[in-house]
Design a protein around this ligand. Structure first.
Ligand code: KIV
Length: 297
């Protein structure tokens, strides 16, 4: 696992780095785990200073920061660049990198090779992959290669088309059973934690007693061991459709638009820059310059 950089200040910077044992302890003590996504250096610093436990460089970056219509197109190279930037801004939370669609499904070898890049090149502590089924074997292979894996069941956006779109999962007993079995299989494959996305709270309540690893929920009700939200959703930066489970804690997009508008108005009204925003030259240097220009001209 790569060494964590020392970064500046903030209350969280004083904390001990979050490890897999910390996560397990939190579950044992019944202390909820707070996880957010981050996609660059400043958002990582915000997560650090806010004192969250886990940061996910989610493939939601495809939509929130890269402007793709879904999570499917984002590439390993794009994810690695974002994850490396997050690593540089993070010291305390556990850093999880999301394996993008098409980077792990083909074979165990492909899955291990991609996971190794997230650890070696971006400095991630762990990786996340989506779905049960064949992903269980991929998760086991990555764990066997010494890289911690977080599973993800319920609504798995990479395969949303096959699931009937971006909609909650596990609402029939049969589909709920599939979600429960996938979660158990991922735990047995060695996943240190599992994300439950967009499933009924009743289903979560049914599954929780059978799982030993910490479960992080997003639209899965209150009984999971922790909760995750997408950075841009919770801060109100992203202007797309927000899922039912999103709670907005700020309206940063409006603040950003107002700030940029105020700048543009100041420029047009010649209110910016003011004297304090500029640099000065000593009067004698100015005079010498005039002489030099006159001589050259
Ligand atoms: O990509 C992502 O942001 C995620 C979270 C929603 C868990 O997978």
């Amino acid at each position: 696992m790569s060494a964590r950089p020392t970064i500046a200040t903030g209350p969280a910077a004083k904390g001990k780095p979050v490890t897999l044992s910390t996560m397990a302890e939190r579950k044992a003590l019944g202390e909820p785990i707070a996880m957010v996504t981050a996609y660059d250096y400043p958002s990582a610093q915000v997560a650090e200073e806010a004192g969250v436990d886990v940061v996910l460089v989610g493939d939601s970056a495809a939509m929130t920061v890269l402007g793709y219509p879904s999570t499917v197109p984002v590439t390993v190279e794009e994810m690695l660049m974002l994850a490396a930037a997050v690593r540089r801004g993070l010291r305390t939370p556990l850093l999880v990198g999301d394996l993008p669609f098409g980077s792990y499904e083909v074979s165990n070898e492909q899955a291990v090779a991609t996971a190794q890049r997230f650890v070696k090149e971006a400095g991630c502590d762990a990786v996340k992959l989506e779905r049960g089924g064949s992903s269980v074997e991929r998760a086991r292979a990555i764990v066997d290669a010494g890289i911690p894996v977080m599973g993800h069941v319920g609504l798995t956006p990479q395969t949303a088309t096959a699931l009937g779109g971006y909609r909650s999962q596990g609402r029939t007993a049969e589909r709920a059973l599939e979600v429960a079995l996938d979660a158990k299989a991922l735990e047995e494959a060695g996943c240190f934690s599992i994300v439950f996305e967009a499933i009924p709270s009743d289903l979560t309540d049914e599954i929780m007693p059978s799982l030993q690893v910490p479960v992080i929920g997003i639209g899965a009700g209150p009984s999971t061991d922790g909760q995750v939200l997408v950075f841009h959703d919770l801060l109100g930066i992203y202007d797309g459709h927000a899922a039912r489970f999103v709670k907005r804690y700020a309206a940063i997009r409006e603040e950003m638009i107002a700030g940029v508008q105020a700048f543009a108005e100041d420029v047009r009204a010649r209110r910016y820059p003011e004297p304090e925003h500029g640099y000065t030259m000593a009067p004698d240097e100015c005079e010498r310059l005039r002489a030099l220009l006159a001589h050259d001209g």
